[in-house]
Write a protein of this length. Structure first.
Ligand SMILES: C[S@@+](CC[C@H](N)C(=O)[O-])C[C@H]1O[C@@H](n2cnc3c(N)ncnc32)[C@H](O)[C@@H]1O
Length: 270
């Protein structure tokens, strides 16, 4: 069973369109400001692109997408296919492991930019039973970043997720917070931007605080996955010329103004 995709995901995403729309709008606004120089896109783990704006996809001449979920290709076509066709964007969607395929995909598409679409925050859920999630995720991230060095790439991923009381009806959805990738994740102790949703209890660390090279401009986005379970998403786009330094240290940033403990086992998206 796919712990981060599959029919259950599609059903939930379809049903949650209205609830997720503020976050989809924030992603769309961020992507509108991302102007890749490449006209070719490698799209990793996009599912149906439930939260991806079709308009951004139309800027490319060709798209190669890959997801392990065999249903994703069909739903992606249903959501974006007609517009891509009208705009003359060539696209191919393959079912497979994006990480295992990454070296081959990069070699086959040397000029393509890459978007990891909510994939990296799922890595920990794919940890083999004999391995520690922190070690597994860190090794996978290290390898992905090594492969992407010198490439133009971006990622949308979960940083943390957990229970929240939710927004009072009159309260505006939390705005995107601008940030810059630093070597330690101390800046993440500032949760004021998310406090309107009243996070509480134990939050899950998705082990993705060291994805981007130091100096990368980031945005923190809130996502009401369900009214009382929220995600802290991070988005960023890496230009090859923006430093090649890979952050190495993981600081303990979980000691925050609201209490949460890292949980080693929880089903994603419950
Ligand atoms: C949270 S969903 C992504 C949702 C997507 N951003 C959207 O807007 O619908 C995570 C996706 O990553 C896919 N995935 C997880 N690990 C993968 C891997 N190693 N290779 C390819 N796809 C993967 C899952 O099948 C799932 O579709």
């Amino acid at each position: 069973m796919n712990p981060s995709g599959g029919l259950r995901w599609h059903w939930r995403a379809w049903r949650s369109a209205a609830l997720w729309s503020p976050t989809s709008a924030l992603i769309a606004r961020w992507l509108a400001g991302v102007q890749p120089s490449s006209k070719k896109l490698l799209l990793l783990g996009p599912s149906a692109g439930w939260m991806l704006p079709t308009e951004w996809l139309l800027r490319f001449d060709s798209i190669v997408a890959i997801d392990i979920d065999p249903f994703a290709r069909w739903f992606f076509g249903w959501r974006h296919g007609a517009a891509l066709k009208v705009a003359g964007v060539r696209w191919r969607y393959q079912t497979g492991d994006a990480l295992a395929e990454l070296p081959r995909l990069l070699t086959a598409n040397p000029q393509a930019c890459v978007l990891l679409d909510n994939l990296l925050g799922q890595l920990r859920f794919h940890t083999p039973p004999w391995q520690d999630p922190t070690v597994f995720t860190s090794l996978q991230l290290g390898e992905i970043k090594r492969l992407l060095r010198g490439r133009e790439w971006g990622s949308v991923h979960d940083l943390l997720s957990g229970p929240a009381q939710g927004l009072p009806t009159e309260h505006e959805f939390p705005a995107a917070r601008q940030a810059t990738a630093v070597e330690s994740a101390e800046h993440l102790t500032d949760v004021a931007w998310l406090s309107a949703a009243k996070p509480n209890g134990d939050w899950l660390d998705h082990l993705t605080d060291q994805v981007f090279p130091v100096g990368t401009e980031l945005q923190d986005l809130a996502w009401a996955f369900s009214p009382h379970y929220w995600h802290w998403l991070q988005v960023g786009w890496v230009k090859p010329e923006v430093g090649t330094q890979v952050p190495v240290s993981r600081s303990d940033y979980l000691n925050r103004s609201f209490s949460r403990r890292v949980q080693s086992k929880r089903e994603p998206h419950d």
